[in-house]
Design a protein around this ligand. Structure first.
Ligand SMILES: Nc1ncnc2c1ncn2[C@@H]1O[C@H](COP(=O)(O)OP(=O)(O)O)[C@@H](O)[C@H]1O
Ligand SMILES: [Mg+2]
Length: 246
């Protein structure tokens, strides 16, 4: 990359305020998420972390301020070509053990979402779904029912689903709450791999501060306002964490 070339801005929030009725959830938020970022977001319960992610993906419209994704200002609806670049990875708690879909089907849903539900998948679509499964090391589970997998394995499949839709950024909201420490660490390893070797931008809301600090290069601490936004190596981070959590 030449000196003048700046990394692409994936998401830009400018002077954003979000309210629910008369409850102010986020004040005066200014954030740029850059291509290749590996961001952790932390803050106490009710501090607006989920609201922040939903605002970034256009599920919540701010009362005031602007949100731009991939350089395009977002008004009520995200254009389709941008939507698929953004992979929102839900928590796995909802997958029922008897849910009839196979792992392969779940990942192919990422391709359907991209192709449009009325179209049937081409051989290339199916290959892309399998490639995504390989990337998360779950191709050997392709024919198993999703409900039979462990929590960590299911989480991998959901990441593959977003990758199958060719997401360039993954947003994860406390996927850790359903997993134990070891499984969480394995998913953080996977995110690290996707970030470093595939340039996938990661925005990860988490409550395990130790793991967030070990894997993320940038941390945003919020408590309705941004209390800290900087390197995880910044010595100021400790006092910011103290302030938001106490
Ligand atoms: N749909 C909603 N309607 C009303 N209040 C909400 C809604 N979602 C969240 N809130 C409130 O907004 C605040 C921030 O919530 P949230 O973004 O979920 O925080 P976090 O993810 O950090 O726990 C909390 O006080 C919460 O009760
Ligand atoms: Mg939340």
């Amino acid at each position: 990359m030449s000196k003048e070339e700046k990394p692409e801005i994936i998401a830009c929030l400018k002077d954003v305020n979000v309210v629910y009725g008369n409850l102010a959830a986020l004040y005066d938020i200014n954030i740029d998420i850059l291509k290749g970022d590996f961001v952790g977001i932390c803050g106490p319960n009710g501090s607006g972390k989920t609201t922040l992610l939903k605002t970034i993906i256009g599920l919540i419209e701010p009362l005031t301020g602007q949100v731009a994704l991939f350089g395009q200002e977002i008004r009520d609806k995200i254009p389709k070509e941008i939507r698929f670049k953004i992979g929102y990875v839900p928590q796995i708690t909802e997958i029922d053990r008897n849910f009839p879909a196979l792992v392969r089907d779940v990942v192919e849903m990422g391709r359907y979402a991209k192709a449009g539900l009325v179209k049937s998948l081409t051989a290339e679509d199916k290959q892309k779904a399998m490639d995504a499964l390989k990337l998360v090391d779950m191709d050997y589970m392709a024919e198993r029912p999703i409900g039979h997998l462990s929590g960590g394995q299911q989480q991998r499949v959901l990441i593959a689903q977003a990758l199958a839709a060719e997401a360039e950024v993954l947003l994860l909201d406390e996927f850790t709450s359903a997993l134990d420490f070891r499984m969480t660490e394995e998913i953080m390893e996977l995110l690290d791999f996707l970030n470093h070797t595939h340039g996938i931008t990661i925005v990860n809301v988490g409550h395990n501060l130790e793991l967030l600090r070990a894997y993320c290069s940038r941390m945003i601490c919020i408590n309705k306002v941004i209390a800290f936004d900087g390197s995880t190596k910044d010595p100021e981070l400790d006092s910011a964490i103290d302030r938001v959590f106490h």
